[in-house]
Design a protein around this ligand. Structure first.
Ligand code: F0G
Length: 409
């Protein structure tokens, strides 16, 4: 039976799966879901997971719930789903040439129902919320979590409340949250301030759906199951992922740990977390060889999705990096812009935060730190249409004129 446990092994505290705590009552560290799959024959399950793609049953049609043997599955018909997941792995040929490597595969999690990877976690978190019978769910967000929470709250028939840093989320993401009927609370300050405000809200009826919620992590973990399935269960050499609040990299680390432990894969890819240079607390800590994170006070980057100075899941993410023998790095806003344009030239597109991945790959190649023949998977986390202002502004600047020509007739 799945249960909650403190993510710090030495602490060892365990809780009931449906305890609503977000932190360990003993040491205040984050919790995680402890999974012990009842049936874990790798060959059997790999076959079943793939076979479920041919089914229209909601729990099979979801690219999250088809991996339910590794999820806290006790919800039966009660899952809250928008058929998330099952997104393609697309080869980036021009992008690879631009970065100086042979093989880059983009796992485009931006091609999910609300345009970001958040949907993978939200189906799991919202399903748990509905199971608990809560009436109001809430998150702080740079925009994508807000859009996703709003959609899944609507789906579950509960109130969604989102705390956004005032004037900092892209208009497209704000529009999504409005469209799905969420209550919007604007907070003066950064994402970190918004999260602090939300966590300080002493309202016991609110259910928190930020990525410190362990159920969110369980859903996001399945992106790796699907990615490995698409690679025929032969893991790539590297997995490159953008880092903000570091929930996603934590989720990916958990997936690799469990799949290795139960014999689904023999090796794990080296995970590279890429942060924006203006919002890079983990990259700084890594470069300094330290084990203590120092928050960045006023995070600043064009990649607004990852404008985060005090990531909550950094210890889990660091463990993932250690487990996969990976590394943490940062890239500048200019590098992000160039990489984003290169991904666009492949006809793929993404939002700026996702382009940190390709920028990071190129930077490592230029430094001689990445083998050009390696197989690299880069995770694109958000859709190109998530931040259209950014695209139009950068093209305007590059051309020194209006990016669109108007002809009169
Ligand atoms: N990429 C995109 C497009 C994001 O929206 C986020 C986070 C990340 C990467 C970083 O993921 O936080 O798990 O390390 N967006 C959050 C939000 C914070 O509120 O939408 P992370």
């Amino acid at each position: 039976m799945a249960h909650l446990r403190c993510n710090v092994e030495e602490c060892g505290t365990t809780l009931d799966l449906h305890d609503r705590a977000l932190a360990c009552p003993k040491c205040d560290e984050l919790l995680e879901v402890a999974i012990e799959p009842a049936k874990a024959d790798p060959a059997d399950l790999k076959r079943q997971w793939l076979a479920r793609r041919a089914s229209y049953e909601p729990c099979n049609a979801s690219g999250v719930w088809r991996f339910r043997e590794f999820l806290p599955d006790c919800y039966g018909e009660g899952i809250v789903t928008l058929s998330e997941g099952n997104v393609p792995l697309v080869r980036g040929q021009r992008a690879a040439r631009w970065a100086g490597v042979k093989n880059i595969w983009f796992k485009h999690l931006g091609w999910n129902p609300t345009g970001s990877f958040k949907d993978l976690g939200m189906t799991a978190g919202m399903t748990e919320a509905k199971f608990l019978g809560v009436q109001t769910v809430a998150c702080a967000s740079t925009g994508n979590t807000a859009a996703s929470l709003a959609a899944y709250a609507a789906r579950a028939g509960v109130v969604g409340r989102v705390y956004l840093p005032a004037g900092q989320a892209s208009a497209n993401k704000l529009a999504q949250a409005l469209d799905f009927g969420a209550e919007i609370v604007q907070i003066e300050g950064s994402f970190d301030d918004a999260l602090e405000t939300l966590l300080g809200t002493a309202d016991p009826t609110l259910y928190f759906l930020n990525s410190i919620n362990p159920f969110r992590i369980e859903g996001q973990k399945t992106a790796i199951f699907e990615l490995l399935e698409q690679f025929g269960w032969r893991p790539p050499d590297y997995l490159v992922v953008p880092g903000g609040n570091l929930g996603n990299s934590s989720a990916f680390g958990k997936a690799f740990t469990e799949l290795k432990k139960y014999g689904f894969i023999e090796k794990v890819p080296r995970m590279i977390i890429v942060q924006a240079a203006g919002a890079n607390p983990l990259a700084r800590m890594w470069a300094a060889g330290s084990k203590q994170l120092r928050a960045v006070d006023r995070p600043e980057t064009v990649a607004t999705a990852i404008r985060i100075g005090n990531p909550r899941s950094w210890k889990k993410a660091l463990r993932a990096i250690e487990f996969t023998r990976g590394l943490v790095m940062d890239v500048t806003d200019d590098e992000i812009g160039e990489a984003k344009a290169a991904i666009g030239r492949d006809g793929i597109g993404c939002e700026p935060a996702s382009a940190t991945t390709l920028a990071g790959i190129r930077k490592l190649v230029n430094a001689g730190a990445l083998d050009r023949d390696a197989t690299i998977a880069a995770v694109l986390t958000g859709h190109a249409l998530k931040d259209t202002d950014y695209i139009i502004k950068t093209h305007q600047q590059a051309q020194g004129r209006e990016p669109v020509t108007t002809c009169s007739h």
